[in-house]
Design a binder for this molecule. Structure first.
Ligand code: SF4
Length: 299
């Protein structure tokens, strides 16, 4: 886990690394740019660049962290990528539930798979008050469909939106059941511009529908210069964080011990290509369930 400079979180946690593009919001993916910089560097966490792989040695990291934190889950990947085994996602969800004093912030562009799992095998995690389930929204065509999927994840207790990079006016949006909205413009050398009226439109609707609003940044080529003030002030509202207090060092160690068989199980299984995980969704889920059952028997 590491300190984050992202305005709406405290730490990042990456039990999965790598991803691939799925929509226009991915065009200038900061994670890809960062990861590819290290491709081929022996021993570096991103030696394999942005290739998708699991990182079991990171699985219990939040349980080692004593103080309450907001933790961005998979800032360098997408938890619901189709090639991540179901059993591994289930293990991540169990860690998130066990680390209940933290607030885990999940954000995906694979909203269809998230909806399916939150309505199924991840229902317990969906209902946890310390986990925010969110989707990225960049435009009407792709982003609003993800919002619909999030709404259809009926067991999700805390739902949120990251509207970044905002690429066009979203028009009227139904925010019922949404506990918070983050808005931001794209940053970096190839940043696509964001109009103030698009932001004001979302702010107005959040205020009308009593949804917490967080303005992250204007973005652009120099995001420090453009800043994050809107209407002359900062907007820092967020969904509720975990209601639970931290536990003792011994209790944390006991929790970590429970996950050691799972970490051992996944070590050596990090190359997803070799594990023929590139299967249709149903087969993938079967495979994941079989692996979870087998691993439980082995304990
Ligand atoms: S889904 Fe996220 S991590 Fe994956 S390529 Fe797109 S922006 Fe990058």
């Amino acid at each position: 886990m590491q300190d984050s400079t992202i305005e709406w979180t405290d730490k990042t946690w990456n039990p999965v690394r790598g991803c691939d593009e799925i929509g226009p919001g991915c065009k200038n993916c900061y994670a890809k740019t960062f990861a590819e910089r290290w491709r081929g560097v022996p021993g570096h966490a991103y030696e394999q660049g942005f290739d998708l792989r699991i990182a079991p040695d990171k699985l219990v990291e939040p349980l080692r962290w004593k103080n309450r934190q907001r933790i961005f889950v998979n800032s360098m990947s997408d938890l619901f990528h189709k090639d991540i085994p179901l059993a591994y996602i289930q293990d991540i969800a169990q860690v998130m539930q066990a680390a209940q004093w933290h607030t885990l912030q999940v954000l995906t562009k694979r909203s269809s798979r998230m909806r399916t799992l939150l309505n199924g095998s991840l229902q317990g995690a969906a209902e946890a008050p310390n986990i925010w389930w969110g989707v990225s929204v960049e435009d009407r065509k792709h982003g609003l469909q993800r919002l619909q999927h999030l709404r259809e994840a009926t067991h999700a207790r805390v739902r949120w939106l990251s509207i970044e990079p905002l690429l066009e006016d979203l028009g009227e949006i139904d925010l019922e059941g949404i506990s918070g909205v983050v808005v931001g413009g794209e940053s970096g050398p190839r940043a696509r511009p964001m109009q103030e009226e698009w932001v004001q439109n979302i702010l107005r609707q959040c205020e009308e529908q009593h949804v917490p609003f967080f303005f992250k940044q204007w973005g652009g080529k120099n995001k420090k210069k453009t800043g994050r003030r809107l209407n002359g002030k900062l907007y820092n509202e967020q969904p509720p964080t975990s209601p639970f207090t931290p536990i003792s060092y011994k209790d944390r160690q006991d929790l970590i011990k429970q996950f050691i068989p799972r970490i051992e199980y996944w070590k050596g299984r990090t190359d997803l290509e070799d594990l023929v995980f590139r299967k249709p969704e149903e087969k993938l889920q079967e495979l994941g369930t079989e692996r979870l059952s087998a691993a439980s028997r082995d304990k």
